[in-house]
Design a protein around this ligand. Structure first.
Ligand code: IVH
Length: 677
C-alpha cells in the first residue's frame, strides 16, 4: 500500500504528464502545428500508460489514454456523479399510492399539488454530462454515487445528441454545461432481432430487454453496442447536480427543445384521480408500445416543493413508482416436452402448472436447449421463476431455492434419441448446441415452416395457428406454403371446429397477406440464416426476387451483412428444384415479388475503400453501407489501387500497408465529409 503522501505525489506526477500530453494533442489535432515529433509524443503517451497501469486507482476518464474511440481493455473507469442518482420507492396498489399522497400533503402542508406522470421505462438509467454543449460523458448509475463511464457506448446511441447548437440551447433556456439523466433501453424490435441473430449464430439469448440493455451498455466493444440499436429517453435536467427548471413538466419540454428524445406519453395531472386514470389507461396500452415499461413514475411537478419534501435514504419523497403486476411468477414444472421446429431443431419446453402472468395464463415456457437446462440445473418437478416480456415467449429464468413450499424435483430430463413427431434419428453435431431431427420429410418441419410463414413478423396471417396448421398438413391439404393460397372455403369447412365465419376470416387473412412487401416474402421462404434484417437488405439491394435468385454467391456477398455462409445458403436454396417450384407457385398466387431498389448515389462512384480499426459514430457495417449507397466499393485488403483507407482507433496492419503503398488514409470524419460534400 502506498501512503497518502506518496499517492498524492503520484497523482500530481501523472496529472502533470497528462497536461503535457493534452497540450501536444491540442497542438497536433486542433492547431495542426505540432511542436514535437510523433515519436516523442508516443513516448510521452507510453510513459503515461505505464504509470496508470501501476496506479489504476488514479486513472480518470478524462485521461488522454481513455479517449473516445479507444477501446477499454479490461473494464470501465469509475466516475462520480454530480449528485446521487436515486432510485424510487414503489407502490403496488391504489391504496399505497393514496398513502404516498397523504404523506406528501402532510409534509408539504399543501393539497393543491400537480403531478407529472411518466412511463417507467424498463431499461437502465444513465447520466449524460454535457460540457460546453458537447456530450462529455455517459455514466451508469452504479451504486448511485459512483458509476461506470460508458461514454463510448453511449455515443453509439443515435438518439443521444453528441453536440447541441447554441441556438437550441437558447431555445431550451439551458446554458452550455448541464447534465441529462434518463433511461437507456433496448426497443423490442432490436431485442427480437438481436436474439434471433444470436440464435442463428448459436449463442445464448438474453432473457429480456432489460438484461440485454445492461449487457449492451457494459459492452467492451462499442461497435457491438452500435449494432444493437439502443434508444435513450431523457427525464431529468440538471445543472451542478441540481434541478433548476421550476417544474418537472417544463424541464421535459426544455429537454425536448434541446434535441433530446423525451417520451411523449406523459401527463401533468391536477389530482391523484387523474394520476390513477393515467395509470389505468396505460396498463393495457403498454402491450402495444415498442419497448417495455414496468410502471408509471409520479413526480411532484414543482421543483421548489420537491426540495421541501427531500429524500429518505436512497429515494425522493417527492416521487413514487407505481409498478404494474410483474409479468413473471413462480410455478411448478410438471413435465418437460419436446417441440420440433421448421429446421428440425428440438426445443425442450416446460409444461407448467398454469399461472396468470400479465393478463394471460401461461402453461408453457421455453427452455431453449440442453445447455440451458444444464445451466439452470432444472429438473422435472422443480419450482421455477417464469418471465414473460411484451413480445417474447415465456421463459424459465431460474430454479427457486429449495424450501418447504418449493421442494426440488428429482426427474432429470433427457433429450430423446428419436424425433417425437416422426421417430426419425436425432443428432447433435459436435460443436453445436442444438439437437435436430434429420428426417427431411418430418411433418414437424413442414408445420414449423408454415407457422413461421404465417407469423406476425412474416406474412401476418392471423388465425393460422398450431391447431389449424396441424390439421391442414395432416390431411394433406397443405404441402408447402404456396398451397395456403389455393385453399377454398370448402377445404376449410372439412376441418374440426371450423365454422363458416372463421373459414371466411382465415381466407380473408390469407388474401390480405398477398399485399405484403418483398422483404416479408423473402423472410417467409425460410432460407437458412436469412432473418428479418437480412431479408430487408436483400430486398433493398436487388429490388426483386428474380434478381436474388439469379445472383451468384459473390454478388450476394455485396449485400450489407451478407457473408459467405449466408450467401451460400441462399444459392443452395434456389438451386433446389422443389424450392424453385415453390417460388413459381407463389408467383402464380400473385405475391409481391418486386420492391423498391435503393438507388445508389454517385458521389463515391468508382472509388474503392478499405476499413480498418474501430470507428466511433458507425459500425463497420454501417460505414460499408454508407459507402456503397453512395456508389463506392468496400474491399477487404489494401492494394495500390485502393483510393482510401478509413482508419479508426487501434487500426492494425492495413494501416501500415496503406502507408507503405502511399494510399490515402482518412478518418471517420473525413469519410463523413466525403459523403456530405
Ligand atoms: S426518475 C429521483 N423517471 O426507474 C428520480 N426514473 O426505480 C429517479 N425509470 O433508476 C428517477 N423511467 O432507471 C425516473 N420516467 C422515469 C423513469 C425512471 C424509468 C427508472 C430509473 C430509476 C428507476 C427507479
Amino acid at each position: 500500500m502506498s501512503s497518502p503522501a506518496l499517492e498524492k505525489k503520484n497523482e500530481k506526477k501523472i496529472e502533470a504528464l497528462r497536461e503535457k500530453i493534452r497540450h501536444h494533442e491540442y497542438r497536433y489535432y486542433v492547431l495542426d502545428d505540432p511542436e514535437i515529433s510523433d515519436a516523442d509524443f508516443d513516448a510521452l503517451m507510453n510513459e503515461l500508460k505505464r504509470l496508470e497501469a501501476e496506479h489504476p486507482q488514479l486513472i480518470t476518464p478524462d485521461s488522454p489514454t481513455q479517449r473516445v474511440g479507444g477501446k477499454p481493455r479490461e473494464g470501465f473507469v469509475k466516475a462520480k456523479h454530480s449528485s446521487p442518482m436515486l432510485s424510487l420507492d414503489n407502490a403496488y396498489s391504489e391504496e399505497e399510492l393514496r398513502d404516498w399522497e397523504r404523506r406528501v400533503h402532510e409534509l408539504s402542508g399543501r393539497t393543491d399539488i400537480e403531478y407529472m406522470c411518466e412511463l417507467k421505462l424498463d431499461g437502465m438509467s444513465l447520466a449524460l454530462v454535457y460540457s460546453d454543449g458537447r456530450l462529455e460523458r455517459g455514466i451508469t448509475r452504479g451504486d448511485g454515487s459512483v458509476g461506470e463511464d460508458v461514454t463510448l457506448n453511449v455515443r453509439t446511441v443515435r438518439s443521444i445528441p453528441l453536440t447541441i447548437s447554441t441556438d437550441k440551447l437558447k431555445k431550451a433556456g439551458i446554458t452550455a454545461d448541464f447534465e441529462v439523466r434518463g433511461e437507456m433501453l433496448m426497443p423490442l424490435k432490436s431485442f427480437r432481432l438481436m436474439n434471433e441473430e444470436r440464435e442463428r449464430q448459436e449463442l445464448s439469448v438474453f432473457a429480456n430487454p432489460r438484461n440485454a440493455t445492461a449487457g449492451t451498455v457494459r459492452q467492451l466493444e462499442p461497435s457491438i453496442t452500435a449494432q444493437r440499436r439502443m434508444d435513450f429517453f431523457a427525464y431529468m435536467l440538471l445543472q451542478d447536480g441540481q434541478t433548476f427548471v421550476d417544474r418537472q413538466s417544463k424541464a421535459m419540454d426544455a429537454l425536448e427543445l434541446a434535441g433530446f428524445k423525451v417520451n411523449p406519453n406523459r401527463k401533468l395531472a391536477k389530482s391523484l384521480d387523474e394520476v390513477w386514470k393515467f395509470i389505468q389507461s396505460w396498463e393495457a396500452k403498454r402491450e402495444a408500445l415498442p419497448y417495455e415499461i414496468d410502471g408509471i413514475v409520479i413526480k411532484v411537478d414543482r421543483t421548489a416543493w420537491q426540495r421541501e419534501l427531500g429524500f429518505t435514504g436512497k429515494a425522493p419523497r417527492w416521487a413514487i413508482a407505481y409498478k404494474y403486476a410483474a409479468r413473471g411468477g413462480v410455478t411448478e414444472i410438471e413435465d418437460i416436452l419436446v417441440q420440433v421446429g421448421r429446421t428440425g431443431k428440438l426445443t425442450p419446453v416446460a409444461a407448467l402448472k398454469p399461472i396468470p402472468i400479465g393478463g394471460t395464463t401461461v402453461s408453457r415456457a421455453t427452455l431453449h436447449n440442453m445447455d440451458e437446462i444444464e445451466r439452470l440445473g432444472v429438473k422435472i418437478g422443480d419450482w421455477v421463476e417464469v418471465e414473460r416480456g411484451g413480445d417474447v415467449i415465456p421463459k424459465v429464468v431460474k430454479v427457486v431455492e429449495d424450501d418447504k413450499e418449493h421442494p426440488r424435483g428429482h426427474k432429470q430430463f433427457e433429450m430423446p434419441g428419436h424425433c417425437p413427431v416422426c421417430g426419425g434419428n436425432v443428432v447433435r453435431t459436435p460443436g453445436e448446441v442444438d439437437h435436430r431431427c434429420v428426417n427431411a420429410n418430418c411433418p414437424a418441419k413442414l408445420q414449423g415452416t408454415i407457422l413461421h410463414f404465417a407469423s406476425r413478423h412474416v406474412m401476418n396471417i392471423d388465425g393460422l395457428g398450431e391447431v389449424l396448421v396441424n390439421q391442414l398438413t395432416e390431411r394433406g391439404l397443405v404441402k408447402n406454403v404456396a398451397d395456403l393460397y389455393k385453399l377454398t372455403k370448402d377445404d376449410l369447412l372439412l376441418l374440426e371446429r371450423m365454422g363458416e365465419k372463421s373459414a371466411e376470416n382465415v381466407l380473408a387473412e390469407i388474401k390480405a397477406s398477398k399485399k405484403l412487401p418483398l422483404e416479408r416474402v423473402i423472410y417467409g421462404l425460410g432460407i437458412r440464416f436469412v432473418g428479418e434484417r437480412t431479408a430487408q437488405f436483400l430486398a433493398e439491394h436487388f429490388g426483386s426476387l428474380d434478381a436474388i435468385m439469379k445472383a451468384s454467391a459473390e454478388e450476394l456477398e455485396e449485400v450489407n451483412e451478407v457473408g459467405p455462409r449466408i450467401a451460400e445458403s441462399i444459392v443452395e436454396f434456389f438451386a433446389d428444384e422443389h424450392n424453385r417450384k415453390l417460388v413459381s407457385d407463389l408467383r402464380q398466387a400473385r405475391l409481391i415479388f418486386t420492391g423498391q431498389k435503393k438507388e445508389k448515389g454517385t458521389k463515391l462512384a468508382g472509388k474503392t475503400f478499405v476499413l480498418t480499426g474501430t470507428l466511433v459514430h458507425h459500425t463497420r457495417d454501417e460505414a460499408k453501407k454508407m459507402i456503397e449507397d453512395a456508389g463506392g466499393r468496400v474491399l477487404a485488403s489494401v492494394s495500390k489501387k485502393t483510393d482510401y483507407v478509413v482508419a479508426g482507433s487501434e487500426a492494425g496492419s492495413k494501416l501500415d500497408k496503406a502507408r507503405e503503398l502511399g494510399v490515402r488514409v482518412i478518418g471517420e470524419e473525413d469519410l463523413e465529409g466525403l459523403l456530405s460534400d
